[in-house]
Design a protein around this ligand. Structure first.
Ligand code: SAM
Length: 273
């Protein structure tokens, strides 16, 4: 399948990158193929792509054999995406709209792959990882973040990057920093380095409410320099839970493992869950 070079597509459709829409495009097809390979074999698999823009990553996903549903809010990109849909008959469905507001309509399990603006990416990410139902409908998330955010997602206890985000992700998923991406790979280049993060759901620990775990980490990391006996004292039952588990209340939030946070949340979760 020979497609016109991406730069030519951009020029022909007049797709200058919009700052307001957080557009930083990727044109290097080899890099895009490496990104599309992160989720593993995609032949015949459903993929949800948010923010395809002119379609560089979309092409790579289609080349890898995926069936893609793509949500894009910039109407200017639709003609370029329509050309791509024509080149891969029956394999690309484009939905115009704001991914934060509309449903993708995919019925079965799907992979998510996206290079998104930071604010939209984080909002969707938190949405995909919260909620009481687990495993989720998605099989994996492969997402571009600022390197600093990617490091917070995969952070281990005892580091400055470890916090609510790490616990939110890691308590029932496996997360890895799959690839660093240099600023110069983007047009226009963003101010900071980026990285692809890959996440696959694990089995959820039994008897733990996601909402309660979130409340525990919010309180604990809300005052991360303080000892737990101070930061958790407003959360009913939390100090008793620490005592029961033999967790020293003089410790600080960033020294607790994900499993320790889960154990605290389990003791605070009503038994009927
Ligand atoms: N995926 C393309 C690439 O890698 O070259 C474009 C990446 S660009 C960083 C982000 C894309 O997300 C833009 O095309 C932008 O219009 C789109 N976008 C931004 N906010 C969106 C939203 N809320 N819903 C859907 N698309 C959005």
């Amino acid at each position: 399948m020979s497609l016109p070079p991406l730069r030519e597509v951009i020029a022909r459709h007049g797709l200058s990158a919009s700052k307001a829409l957080g557009q930083n495009f990727l044109f290097d097809e080899q890099l895009l193929d490496r990104i599309a390979a992160i989720p593993g074999p995609l032949e015949g698999r459903e993929v949800l792509e948010i923010g395809p823009g002119p379609g560089g990553l979309t092409r790579a996903l289609l080349r890898a054999g995926a069936k893609v549903t793509a949500i894009e809010m910039d109407r200017r990109c639709l003609p370029a995406l329509a050309e791509l849909a024509e080149a891969f008959p029956g394999r690309l469905q484009v939905i115009e709209g704001d991914a934060l507001k509309i449903d993708h309509g995919i019925a079965g399990p799907f992979h998510v792959v996206a290079n998104l603006p930071y604010n939209v990416g984080t909002a969707l990410f938190v949405q995909w990882l919260s909620g009481e139902d687990w495993p989720p409908q998605w099989v994996s998330l492969t997402l571009m973040f600022q390197l600093e955010v990617a490091q917070r997602i995969v952070a281990q206890p005892g580091t400055g990057a470890y916090g609510r985000l790490a616990v939110l992700v890691q308590w029932r998923s496996a997360a890895k920093l799959a690839m660093k991406v240099h600023r110069s790979a983007f047009t226009p280049p963003p101010k900071v380095m980026s990285a692809m993060v890959h996440i696959e759901p694990d089995e959820a620990p039994a008897g733990v409410s996601a909402h309660i775990l979130e409340r525990v980490t919010e309180a604990a990391f809300g005052q991360r320099r303080k000892m737990l006996r101070q930061s958790l004292k407003g959360l009913p039952g939390a100090l008793e839970a620490l005592a029961k588990l033999g967790i020293d209340a003089q410790r600080r939030a960033e020294t607790l493992s994900v499993e320790e946070f889960v154990s605290v949340a389990r003791l605070l979760t009503p038994n009927d869950r």
